[in-house]
Design a protein. Structure first.
Length: 80
């Protein structure tokens, strides 16, 4: 199953540049159970949080996340 449109939007947002965990939570965390974009992407292994030294943690795409984003972009570009 391919990721939802909101999940693909999150992946595209992260593909532009790494974001801190704090930035990501400010932009994507929700308390609505119907909009679990961040939680779904994390559970599906599409994003990963990495710590760099004593600084803030950073969020980026995994290989699976990059592949899902690429697949989503190719599906969106396909003629209908």
């Amino acid at each position: 199953m391919s990721p939802s449109a909101p999940t693909l939007e999150l992946l595209a947002w992260l593909a532009v540049r790494p974001h801190t965990y704090r930035e990501t939570m400010d932009a994507w965390r929700t308390s609505c159970p119907r909009l679990s974009v961040w939680e779904d992407a994390l559970a599906e292994g599409l994003v990963a949080v990495r710590r760099e030294g004593a600084s803030d943690s950073f969020v980026g795409l995994t290989r699976a996340g990059r592949a899902a984003l690429d697949e989503g972009a190719s599906l969106a570009a396909a003629p209908r």
